[in-house]
Design a protein around this ligand. Structure first.
Ligand code: NDP
Ligand code: 8X3
Length: 250
């Protein structure tokens, strides 16, 4: 039985991936900051697979390394890492951007992903196998108005994904990124700091992706034969052509 560590498992894409992996019999290490949500997931998913939860902020270097370094024996070898934790904070032009938002996006989406990866990779190297899925974004392939620092953080994820593919190649570790377009999750509620009305407008008038759509793809990616590595995948809702063109008349 395989074990997967999923960051950002308390909501959206990470949460749906936890449910999808459980259906495939994959044991779970679920991470996030919201302890209550982690407990709810543990109660529910433990009926199907073994579940361990880790409550930490990915920005907290020490907690990240301690938590992953001190995993109980039955969870200590990790076959799959889903680097999913992340968010956009704000949507402002570069000249008026909020410095705390910038710090949050770069510290969580980029540095947090690096810390978790550095804590997990030695385990995969010693096992001579492993699979890292980096959740990027279309914002890591294009830049859109007012997306500036979020786009920079996701371009960094795209670069880190490619770098991991090169550096980990000799260890037989699979590395790939999935870059979704618009997925209806708590993403926009976080981006607009709890302004739920504004968040809803992002997904109104068309059929956006749901977190289950991405989870389904992640499950497909990790269930391919070991010689198959899906390296880089962009996924849009049908109504979306790129970051700025969304057909709301369908
Ligand atoms: P959600 O807001 O629903 O989920 C974000 C998850 O990240 C939560 O589980 C949250 O958990 C976790 N998280 C956020 N900050 C931290 C932190 N500092 N430390 C630990 N965990 C953290 O959004 P999505 O599911 O949509 O986002 C998941 C990923 O998908 C992100 O990387 C996002 O950039 C990417 N993405 C999203 C798209 C979309 O349109 N929704 C499109 C393309 C990419 P908690 O608060 O409990 O810590
Ligand atoms: C999330 C998709 O277009 O809001 O990464 O940046 S977008």
């Amino acid at each position: 039985m395989k074990t997967a560590l999923i960051t950002g498992a308390t909501s959206g894409i990470g949460k749906s991936t936890a449910y999808e992996f459980a259906k495939h019999g994959i044991n779970l290490i679920l991470c996030g900051r919201r302890q209550e949500r982690l407990e709810e997931l543990q109660t529910e998913l433990s009926e199907t697979v073994k579940v361990h939860t880790l409550c930490f902020d990915v920005r907290d270097k020490e907690r990240v390394f301690k938590s992953i370094g001190e995993l109980p024996q039955e969870f200590s070898s990790i076959d799959i890492l889903v680097n999913n934790a992340g968010n956009a904070h704000g949507l402002d032009p570069i000249q008026t951007g909020n410095l705390d938002d910038w710090d949050a996006m770069l510290d969580i989406n980029v540095k947090g992903l690096l810390y978790v990866s550095k804590a997990v990779i030695p385990k995969m190297i010693s096992q001579k196998s492993g699979h890292i899925i980096n959740i990027g974004s279309i914002a890591g392939k294009e830049v859109y108005p007012n997306g500036n620092v979020y786009c920079a953080s996701k371009h960094a994820v795209d670069a880190i994904n490619k770098a991991m593919q090169i550096d980990l190649n000799k260890y037989g570790i699979r590395v790939g990124a999935i870059h979704p377009g618009l997925v209806e999750t708590e993403f926009s509620n976080v981006r607009f700091k709890g302004d739920d009305k504004r968040a809803d407008t992002v997904y109104n008038g068309f059929d956006p992706l749901q977190s289950e759509d991405i989870a389904d793809i992640i499950a497909f990616v990790v269930t391919r034969p070991y010689h198959v590595n899906i390296a880089d995948l962009v996924v849009f809702p049908t109504a979306q052509a790129n970051s700025t063109i969304v057909n709301k008349s369908l």
